[in-house]
Design a protein around this ligand. Structure first.
Ligand code: HEM
Length: 586
């Protein structure tokens, strides 16, 4: 009986506890439900007013920021993004078209969230002038990124174009600029001339075979040419090949929005945990990060050739060599300290990379424009009669100058420039842009801006002829010569100091090519596809029009590299070319 009573009591107590728990749960559920209803109703009510929406956004931004999203310090309009990642992945199908879409919707200066980084994108010619140029001192720093500034170059010596504002940067930029000033450039022509002869001898040989893709030759020519002017001595082919490939790989690390972990702290945390677990458990591919390992390998390789080249230059100087060269002059005049000399060296070696790709785009485009080739040929004949043009007689043939200026504008090989960071507060149309803000200069948009350039998507050399600047419709004989310059080399305080050097490289190559050759597009054969550089370009061939957007193989990278393009050259007069190659003239 007692047992029965005890059991009954226990059962009753158990049931009571269960009932109480379920009542409490019910109450809690009702409270949660009520609270949720209150939150939703309040949110809906708030969202009906501007001030309410702002308040709600601030709450969301607060939690987003806690999880590693970007701050919201700028009131400029811009695309809404996802929590934590912001707009980062919206850029992953191609920078230029997506930013053009945003510009259309939100205006020419917009706020964008790139993971934890807040950024301002400047997307028109006028807006670039009003910000980067007119408020120059505020926009003169550069941001740092983990992959490039830490994994690749942990020594703290990067390049001038990737260095934040500092005294070391200013001194090095000044010294470098003084040695590539337009009036000094002719002293380096004895170094460049043999490179031109070598390139044209190669093109003569190529013209006797099947069509080829020219990027490797032009890239080696561009990078080699700048490096040799830097060091004042010819570099052997293997060295130039290795250097051109490595510097392309290094430049490709300077991509806005990639790798994602440079922008998303949670990804960095996850990567660190995976790495530590991999180490502890001996799981090799967990403790291996391909991008980081590649970055270190590129730097190691780079240090070998920089040290070799710099060591050689110092030895030559010690033994009394007086050959003019950019770094040689800097060393002889004692313009820089040791680490600044290194900074200048890394900068100079990297600087030629864009020259090769500019030439690849322009020559590829002209292959399908026999009319422009013919105009160029005749313009050269008007100046030099039937003599070979002097390649270093810079911009003497106005039409060739117009061809290279227009090619640089229309293709803009560094589409988003090199990223900037504000050094002090700035503003745009009443919106404050605080110190430390990442600023992206959309040079491609500036160069295709219909307000600055009429018929902006057409390749019109005329816009640079007879004193015109960028426009075909604002010039009258004896009238005003209005217009603007193109923005391919950036603008403002950190504008490219190598503009004249780059333009000379484009002019000298084009003037000789137009004089000695005609060329056309033809499909690449299977064998020739194997030699396309870098190899990923062989996956497709550019359209005949060489569309700057549709034919870019690297739409999300710092540098716009075209897909492959088969070119067949025809030499107008092989004997005359051989005579030019054999001549001692520079
Ligand atoms: C076609 C070839 C070239 C193109 C398209 C190009 C383009 C650019 C661009 C877009 C910038 C960023 C400018 C800015 O932020 O406003 C830049 C910076 C720079 N360029 Fe060039 N460049 C070329 C050739 C050269 C050459 C031959 C040199 C010579 C040494 C050079 C040296 C530099 C340096 C040192 C900077 C960094 C400036 C700074 O941050 O203060 N570039 N270039």
């Amino acid at each position: 009986m007692d047992t029965l009573t005890n059991n009954t009591t226990a059962t009753t107590a158990g049931a009571t506890v269960e009932i109480t728990a379920s009542v409490l749960n019910g109450v809690r559920d009702v409270s949660v439900l009520n609270a949720s209803v209150v939150v939703v109703v309040t949110a809906l009510a708030l969202s009906a007013f501007d001030a309410g929406r702002t308040f709600l956004n601030r709450i969301l931004w607060f939690f987003d920021r806690l999880l590693g999203g970007a701050p919201h310090t700028v009131s400029l309009p811009g695309p809404p993004g996802l929590p934590i990642v912001g707009n980062l992945f919206q850029l992953s199908n191609g920078h230029v078209p997506k930013i053009a879409e945003w510009t259309k919707k939100y205006g020419d200066v917009i706020r964008v969230s790139l993971g934890e980084r807040e950024a301002v994108f400047v997307n028109s010619h006028e807006a670039l002038a009003k910000t980067i140029v007119q408020q120059g001192p505020a926009y003169q720093s550069r941001p740092t990124f983990k992959l490039f500034h830490s994994d690749f170059a942990s020594s703290g010596i990067w390049t001038v174009g990737t260095s934040p504002f500092s005294e070391r940067l200013t001194r090095t930029r000044k010294a470098l600029s003084s040695q590539i000033a337009p009036r000094l450039l002719p002293v380096y022509t004895p170094v460049i001339h043999p490179k031109l002869k070598k390139l044209f001898a190669e093109i003569l040989t190529i013209s006797q075979g099947p069509p080829v893709d020219m990027a490797e030759k032009l890239h080696r020519f561009g990078t080699g040419q700048v490096s040799e002017q830097l060091m004042g001595t010819p570099l052997d082919d293997d060295m130039v090949g290795m250097l051109a490939e490595n510097e392309t790989n290094i430049f490709r690390q300077r991509t806005i929005g990639s790798p994602a972990r440079d922008y998303i702290p949670l990804l960095r945390g996850a990567g660190w945990i995976r790495y530590s677990l991999g180490k502890a458990l001996g799981i090799m591919n967990w403790s291996y990060d391909e991008k980081e390992e590649n970055a270190r390998a590129y730097r190691k390789k780079q240090q070998v050739y920089i040290n070799k080249m710099l060591g050689g230059l110092k030895e030559r100087i010690e033994s009394g060599d007086q050959t003019p060269s950019i770094l040689g002059n800097i060393l002889r005049q004692g313009l820089l300290k040791e680490e600044e000399v290194l900074l200048a060296s890394y900068t100079g070696i990297a600087a030629g990379v864009n020259l090769g790709y500019s030439l690849t785009w322009i020559i590829g485009y002209l292959a399908n424009r026999p009319d422009l080739q013919q105009n160029g040929y005749e313009a050269i004949r008007d100046v030099y009669n039937d003599e070979a043009p002097l390649p270093h007689d810079y911009d003497r043939v106005e039409y060739v100058r117009a061809l290279h200026l227009e090619g640089s504008r229309i293709y803009t090989p560094v589409r988003l420039g090199f990223p900037r960071q504000t050094l002090q507060g700035a503003s745009y149309k009443g919106h404050k842009i605080p110190e430390g803000m990442l600023v992206i200069m959309n040079l491609m948009a500036g160069n295709r801006d219909p307000v600055a350039f009429d018929r902006p998507d057409e390749y019109l050399p005329e816009r640079w002829l007879q004193g015109r600047k960028g426009r075909t419709d604002t010039y009258e004989v004896g009238g005003e010569k209005l217009g603007v310059t193109h923005l391919t080399y950036g603008c403002g305080r950190r504008v490219c100091p190598g503009i004249d050097m780059a333009n000379r490289g484009l002019y000298s190559t084009l003037v000789l090519l137009l004089h000695f050759f005609t060329w056309e597009r033809q499909p690449l054969g299977e064998e020739e596809k194997k030699h396309v550089f870098p190899p990923f370009r062989a996956e497709r061939e550019c359209s005949l029009e060489m569309d700057a957007i549709g034919d870019t193989a690297t739409p999300t990278e710092a540098q716009a590299i075209p897909w492959s393009a088969g070119i067949k050259f025809h030499c107008r007069d092989p004997e005359a070319l051989k005579v030019w190659i054999a001549s001692a003239e520079t």
